[in-house]
Design a protein around this ligand. Structure first.
Ligand code: T4K
Length: 377
């Protein structure tokens, strides 16, 4: 790869360490405005008015009908897997993801079959699973839109229909992503989202499920409340995965400020891309996709180059992070051995650079400069 010219300017390291990310917090007054309602009503959890307001606003904002707020993204995955009855079944997913995607399958006693990723989007490659779908008895596919980058959603929809199996999206990072001009939430059978504090939209801890099916949505409503049905009788064994009013209040604050957060972070991503063009590779997808400015992952030519850049960044006070590496799936006992050459060679070279709503251009320039110097030596 051609190296871009290194600008030899003196570095101005940050006075304080710059973290890989930092949650956005709204003004305390604004949060109190929402929370006050809960205090006055003495209604803190269990389907309260703030939760309902957030549910309605999110449904409008995302253009979806059946959205259920839950306590976190991992619970959303567990519920989706339970609803699709995956216990004891073979399920295909991706090796390049946060552990929760597959640990939640393991908790549901499903057999996880890892398949390889695409070398550009770093997402589950539909071509890598075609043969497996023919050879093995597969009951579901769980693609992840990693770092918010949509995968080949049309291909997965086609595979799901052809083999009559559900596509359950781990959309923990892709609430705002678009594929072919539409929200990614319009594809597949179920989406599981995370609203953890480190996400672009967050509720401190939290998550949501989006369903196509009204029946599944209603079953999930019961399951997050111990399995208790409308008449107060436990209809099946559920869990407690409810979101509280205080968490929902944070969501309302963040939703108000979301356009500003997106704009600021999109600007930072563009600045990184301009400063690091020809020095590193960016995640990409030739299809018509929109990736929200959630993370700033870059791929180095070699793992050695990544390690060197990481070391130099640390010395200069910048935190970077090797998300999803080392591989997170050693606890799985695959019934079918995984052959994952693309994932193995790609995941070791990806580093996430700092990204948050108020990252200055000066920091971005410094970070890019440290990286360019480290790979030019
Ligand atoms: N599937 C996928 C594909 C996911 O990415 C995730 C979660 C899930 C499923 C499961 O969803 P949840 O059950 O979590 O809702 C984060 C998050 O904990 C996790 O939600 C997220 N994905 C994962 C990718 O990353 P870390 O390891 O980045 O958190 P931590 O504590 O290292 O924080 C990152 C940076 O932010 C640090 O520099 C410290 C700073 N920070 C963090 C927090 C929480 C703050 O300054 N203040 C804070 O309050 O995990």
């Amino acid at each position: 790869m051609q190296q871009s010219k290194v600008v030899q300017l003196p570095l101005t390291p940050p006075k304080q360490k710059v973290l890989v990310t930092q949650p956005y917090v709204p003004s305390l007054d604004k949060y109190m405005h929402y929370v006050e309602k809960a205090f006055h009503a003495k209604w803190l959890t269990n389907d309260g008015p703030i939760l309902k307001e957030l549910t309605d606003r999110l449904k409008d904002f995302l253009g979806v009908k059946y959205l259920l707020l839950v306590s976190n993204g991992t619970a959303a995955l567990q519920l989706a897997y339970k609803i699709k009855n995956l216990s004891g079944k073979n399920v295909i997913s991706t090796p390049f993801t946060f552990p929760a995607t597959t640990t939640a399958l393991e908790w549901q006693n499903a057999n996880v079959i890892l398949s390889d990723i695409d070398r550009n989007s770093w997402n589950l490659d539909p071509h890598s699973i075609e043969q497996r779908l023919t050879d093995s008895d597969i009951s579901a596919i769980v693609p992840v839109n990693i770092f918010g980058m949509p995968c080949d959603m049309e291909a997965f929809d086609k595979l799901g229909k052809a083999h009559n199996i559900p596509i359950i999206y781990d959309s923990a990072q892709s609430m705002l992503s678009k594929y072919k001009g539409k929200s990614v939430l319009q594809y597949g059978d179920i989406h599981c989202m995370s609203f953890h504090a480190t996400k672009l939209f967050h509720t401190v801890e939290g998550g949501a499920l989006v369903f196509n099916s009204k029946e599944e949505y209603e079953r999930a409503q019961r399951l997050i409340n111990f399995g208790i049905g409308e008449n107060g009788v436990v209809e099946e064994a559920g869990i407690n995965a409810k979101m509280s009013e205080l968490h929902a209040a944070m969501g309302l604050c963040i939703l108000d400020d979301l356009p500003m957060l997106i704009e600021n972070r999109e600007r930072s991503v563009e600045q990184y891309k301009a400063a690091l063009a020809n020095s590193v590779t960016f995640q990409s997808n030739e299809q018509d996709v929109y990736t929200p400015p959630m993370y700033m992952p870059v791929k180095f030519e070699t793992e050695e180059a990544l390690l060197k850049a990481n070391e130099k960044l640390t010395l200069q006070g910048y935190s970077s992070r090797r998300y999803f590496f080392p591989k997170n799936h050693h606890f799985l006992q695959p019934s079918i051995p995984s052959v994952l050459p693309v994932s193995d060679s790609t995941s070791s070279k990806i580093l996430c650079l700092p990204l948050m709503h108020n990252l200055s251009e000066n920091h971005i320039f410094n970070i890019a400069d440290v990286i360019k110097r480290s790979i030019s030596r």
